[in-house]
Design a binder for this molecule. Structure first.
Ligand SMILES: Nc1ncnc2c1ncn2[C@@H]1O[C@H](COP(=O)(O)OS(=O)(=O)O)[C@@H](OP(=O)(O)O)[C@H]1O
Length: 207
């Protein structure tokens, strides 16, 4: 992993982004072997919406896939959640964080509040810049709310004068999931979320 990272000059920061790192069992030890003072950034959102978003993405690439409802439960009538199904498993944030905390102090891990990244991107990016020890260059002046997209976008893309929104696969309409299933998943995640708030000292206020 370390040998694959590009070299940096003094004053430069090398970034690497892989969503799977947070949940892959071998990763914390590998990252630690590469650098013990690396800074880690994790974007987290309500695990129920996260699961539906994840399924929406998988379904868009998998013709004939079973319904969310049938994959999310081991047994629908008993309401037993299939916590090993990846869209559900990834949202068990406390469990994943626990593995990282065996290798890194909490002070080296920064959590981006996913919902606030959408409602107030400048605020969340302010926190990220502080965490990285950077000057606060990105501020609310860089964003505007694009009504068509329903999300914030950049007024100017890097090296261009044109506005820039994220692509079509970011911020798309989710598949409809039965309200009863959503409530069931909320109950399932509730204790895990509370543990996560306690571990991070942050109240994400997920329902
Ligand atoms: N500004 C802006 N524009 C569009 N989308 C935004 C933005 N900020 C955050 N988001 C949320 O990012 C979600 C997609 O990111 P992913 O986690 O799927 O990306 S990746 O897997 O890391 O590539 C995507 O999830 P979905 O809404 O489920 O599509 C968005 O809610």
């Amino acid at each position: 992993m370390g040998s694959m990272m590009p070299k940096a000059l003094d004053g430069q920061i090398v970034m690497e982004k892989t969503p799977r790192y947070f949940v892959t069992v071998e990763t914390p030890a590998r990252v630690r072997a590469m650098s013990r003072d690396v800074k880690l950034i994790v974007v987290v959102r309500d695990p129920v919406t996260r699961a539906i978003s994840d399924y929406t993405q998988i379904a868009s690439k998998t013709p004939g896939i079973s319904s969310f409802e049938s994959l999310a439960f081991k047994n629908r009538s008993s309401g037993q959640v299939n916590s090993l199904w990846s869209p559900i498993y990834i949202g068990l944030y406390a469990q994943h964080l626990e593995r990282w905390l065996a290798y890194f102090p909490l002070s080296q891990i920064h959590f981006v509040h996913g919902e606030r990244l959408v409602s107030d991107p400048a605020f969340e990016l302010g926190r990220v810049q502080d965490f990285l020890g950077l000057e606060r260059i990105i501020t609310d002046k860089h964003f505007y709310f694009n009504k068509t997209k329903g999300f914030p976008c950049l007024k100017k893309a890097e090296g261009s004068a044109e506005p820039h929104c994220l692509g079509k696969t970011k911020g798309r309409t989710h598949v409809r999931v039965e309200p009863e299933v959503i409530n069931n998943l909320r109950d399932f995640y509730h204790p895990h979320n509370l543990r996560f708030y306690q571990m991070t000292g942050m109240d994400f206020r997920w329902k």
